[in-house]
Write a protein that binds this ligand. Structure first.
Ligand SMILES: CC(=O)CC(=O)SCCNC(=O)CCNC(=O)[C@H](O)C(C)(C)COP(=O)(O)OP(=O)(O)OC[C@H]1O[C@@H](n2cnc3c(N)ncnc32)[C@H](O)[C@@H]1OP(=O)(O)O
Ligand SMILES: NC(=O)C1=CN([C@@H]2O[C@H](COP(=O)(O)OP(=O)(O)OC[C@H]3O[C@@H](n4cnc5c(N)ncnc54)[C@H](OP(=O)(O)O)[C@@H]3O)[C@@H](O)[C@H]2O)C=CC1
Length: 291
């Protein structure tokens, strides 16, 4: 099927990245959020990130202007009814995602493919509550979207071949690489990455190291581009905790028990970079460890 119009729900760090790469690839994008400020912040982030690409000679100025003109924002979810592919990238809470699908479904055209950028939640369960489980799947980008090469494509139990192939063609048009993952809690990347981050938080909690020594150890000792606590702040500690809870509930193994210190940071509203404070405090000129 021919996909030209893409709806993106949720204009946070993932939503703005998805809008960015889709518009550069030539798709018309309709970006939705409940908050007008989130939409303004998202468009400012897309412009800033594209300007950096222009300044580094990756894209031309007129390519950027044309891409920006292809992105329209709306606070009205039902405006996305006329799109060919919807990518839901709202907060990692099943109830939030469910409410979005419930409101959107009556307005979708029969051919529209519905996908979620969820990091962990069962695609089969989300799909089962829609009118189109065969046209539903996981479309999981990595953060930061304009930079990371991988997209995980997750088939629910009912996802049909045409839907998978249509999403695969979109990934290819973006110039990215797809990895096909089966629908089990947190799929491939987060099944492996998130227990490592959680273990880093336990290492901090038990006093084996402090924020600086833990991050430096993994950067200098294992060649990771970011330390695990820096990466957790980058992803968002609420998202990390939500993923650990899905792993713990879905696989019923104590090895996935979220670290109580991770829970405490989330309870404090210290969610990482997006709120200005997490394992580091970002409010000054340079990030300062909070432990
Ligand atoms: C939670 C989930 O469900 C799944 C996930 O996403 S898990 C998280 C996966 N992501 C990671 O693991 C990221 C790990 N970190 C990294 O790879 C790197 O630190 C990084 C790419 C983010 C930054 O790299 P860096 O070398 O430290 O910084 P920097 O030189 O400034 O950036 C490298 C390039 O990325 C670009 N970039 C960095 N951040 C960007 C952003 N937010 N948006 C767009 N472009 C960005 C820069 O412009 C630069 O581009 P050029 O190569 O054209 O110069
Ligand atoms: N962060 C990461 O590294 C990655 C995250 N993901 C997944 O992507 C999704 C989004 O994550 P991320 O961008 O980091 O989260 P953010 O918190 O940055 O953004 C989520 C956005 O969704 C908005 N939102 C909440 N409810 C609704 C709604 N009903 N309708 C429309 N928008 C809504 C939020 O608005 P408000 O702030 O007003 O609540 C916010 O702007 C999650 O499912 C996450 O697991 C996937 C890969 C990587």
């Amino acid at each position: 099927m021919d996909i030209t119009r893409i709806g993106v729900v949720g204009a946070g760090q993932m939503g703005n990245g998805i809008a960015h790469v889709m518009a550069l690839a030539g798709y018309d994008v309709l970006l939705n959020d409940i908050s007008a400020e989130a939409l303004d912040r998202a468009m400012a982030a897309v412009r800033k990130n594209m300007e950096r690409q222009v300044s580094r000679g990756k894209i031309a100025q007129d390519t950027m202007e044309a891409a920006l003109a292809r992105i329209t924002t709306t606070q009205t979810l039902t405006d996305l009814g006329k799109t060919d592919l919807v990518i839901e990238a709202a907060t990692e809470r099943e109830a939030v995602k469910q409410a979005i699908f419930d409101e959107l479904l009556p307005h979708l055209e029969p051919h529209t493919i519905l996908t979620s950028n969820t990091s962990s939640i069962s695609i089969t369960r989300l799909a089962s509550r829609t009118d189109r489980p065969e046209k539903f799947m996981g479309f999981h980008f990595m953060n930061p979207v304009p930079v990371m090469q991988l997209v995980e494509l997750i088939r629910g139990i009912a996802t049909d071949k045409d839907t998978f192939n249509a999403c695969l063609a979109v990934v290819e048009k973006l110039g990215k690489t797809a990895a096909s993952a089966e629908d089990f809690p947190a799929f491939i990347v987060n099944r492996i990455l998130m227990p490592m981050i959680n273990e880093a938080v336990y290492t901090l909690y038990e006093g084996v190291g402090n924020v600086k020594s833990i991050d430096e150890s993994l950067k200098l000792g294992a060649n990771h581009p970011m330390g695990p606590l820096e990466l957790a702040d980058f992803i968002g500690l609420d998202t990390c905790l939500a993923i650990m809870n899905v792993l713990h509930d879905g696989l019923a193994d104590t090895k996935y028990r979220p670290c109580p210190l991770l829970t405490k940071y989330v309870e404090a509203g210290w969610l990482g970079r997006k709120t200005g404070r997490g394992f580091y405090d970002y409010r000054g000129e340079v990030p300062v460890p909070t432990r």
